[in-house]
Write a protein that binds this ligand. Structure first.
Ligand SMILES: NC(=O)c1ccc[n+]([C@@H]2O[C@H](COP(=O)([O-])OP(=O)(O)OC[C@H]3O[C@@H](n4cnc5c(N)ncnc54)[C@H](OP(=O)(O)O)[C@@H]3O)[C@@H](O)[C@H]2O)c1
Length: 311
């Protein structure tokens, strides 16, 4: 059955949920938003949807998208599971975490799919509104081949480019995503910038100089890297920067760093990380709270606040 002929429940109206629901609707799909009372529910109403309680939305649909926080999905999934245990519905996710690491029961007659855009919800929506699409990934676990057609049609309708839609598995998507955010995007790069900023200040440089050098320019150099490629960048920067970066960069990121990365990957694969994250959530997120407190007092945050708007 064509995607437009099936009712799609988008459960959760947050970062991804809102973008998926709006893009699907603009692509001609029948979308039912499922949300708890509160912020997302009200926003969905303002966007012209008639949101329903989560269970009612799921009941009324043939395709159910879990666009809720990853640690919440298993709980909601288990409440709804009588609805899909017999395989009458297809179940979708935009990240493999809950499916792969969340301990949810998998029903052999049910079709599961993952469609993950490479970008935050606001970027997905803005790109779609500009008539463009984002790269993305998809994965299928299903006894029926229609689930594959459904996932491909869903990806297109939500704004993912057919040319850059990569097929993966739930396991690979989950492991790569967690590893990338921990080691590079939200861990490695940010710690590197902040530590380098602090060392320059320790050595008597001004926070302004340290900020522009270690943080502001990080974005500029990555833009050039994306446009020109690894070797293109090497040829664009000065020979002094090329030589200094090569010889010092490899002292910084050495065999020990590589070994730590392997351990971090193993912690993801073994379930050690997801157990730690679950315990953090059960304790009320103390580590995250402490970090936000530290950041509000940090020299880097203060420098950013002073300089914001000057570039
Ligand atoms: N953030 C991103 O850009 C991004 C990128 C790629 C993939 N993803 C994936 O997208 C999925 C959704 O993440 P998200 O960042 O979009 O989530 P989010 O912004 O945190 O949105 C969560 C939505 O779920 C609702 N919610 C939270 N707790 C709930 C509960 N206990 N019961 C019922 N509803 C609840 C929230 O309701 P209220 O509005 O009432 O709080 C909100 O509407 C996840 O699988 C995530 O890994 C996210």
């Amino acid at each position: 059955m064509h995607l437009n002929q099936r009712k799609i429940a988008v459960l959760g109206y947050g970062n991804q949920g809102r973008a998926h629901a709006l893009n699907l609707r603009d692509s001609g799909c029948q979308v039912i938003v499922g949300a708890r009372p509160g912020k997302g529910f009200e926003l969905a109403q303002r966007d012209g949807f008639t949101p329903l309680p989560i269970e009612e939305a799921a009941q009324a649909s043939q395709v159910i998208l879990f666009l809720l926080p990853d640690l919440i999905i298993p709980e909601v999934y288990s409440q709804l599971s009588p609805l899909f245990s017999e395989g009458q519905r297809d179940i979708g996710f935009c990240h493999g975490y809950a499916y792969h690491l969340g301990g949810i029961e998998k029903f052999p007659k049910t079709g599961y799919f993952l469609v993950g855009p490479k970008g935050a919800g606001v970027v997905l929506r803005e790109t779609f509104q500009n008539g463009k699409s984002l790269p993305g990934v998809f994965a299928i676990v299903s006894p029926r081949k229609e689930t594959r057609e459904l996932a491909l049609a869903y990806a297109k309708a939500v704004g993912i480019s057919e040319k850059t839609l990569i097929e993966t598995t739930f396991q690979e998507e989950t492991e790569c995503d967690l590893f990338g955010e921990q080691v590079v995007l939200c861990g490695g790069i940010l710690e590197l910038m902040e530590t380098a900023f602090q060392v320059l200040i320790e050595k008597g440089q001004t926070p302004e100089m340290a900020f522009f050098e270690c943080c502001y320019e990080a974005k500029l150099i990555l833009d050039v890297w994306m446009k020109e490629g690894p070797q293109g960048l090497s040829k664009k920067i000065s020979p002094t920067a090329f030589f200094g970066g090569l010889t010092r960069g490899r002292r910084l990121i050495d065999e020990n760093t590589r070994e730590k990365m392997r351990v971090m990957f193993d912690e993801i694969r073994s379930g050690h990380f997801s157990a730690e994250w679950k315990a953090e959530a059960q304790a009320g997120f103390p580590t995250l709270e402490k970090r936000l407190q530290e950041q509000s007092q940090s020299e880097l945050q203060k420098t950013y606040d002073r300089l914001k708007g000057t570039w």
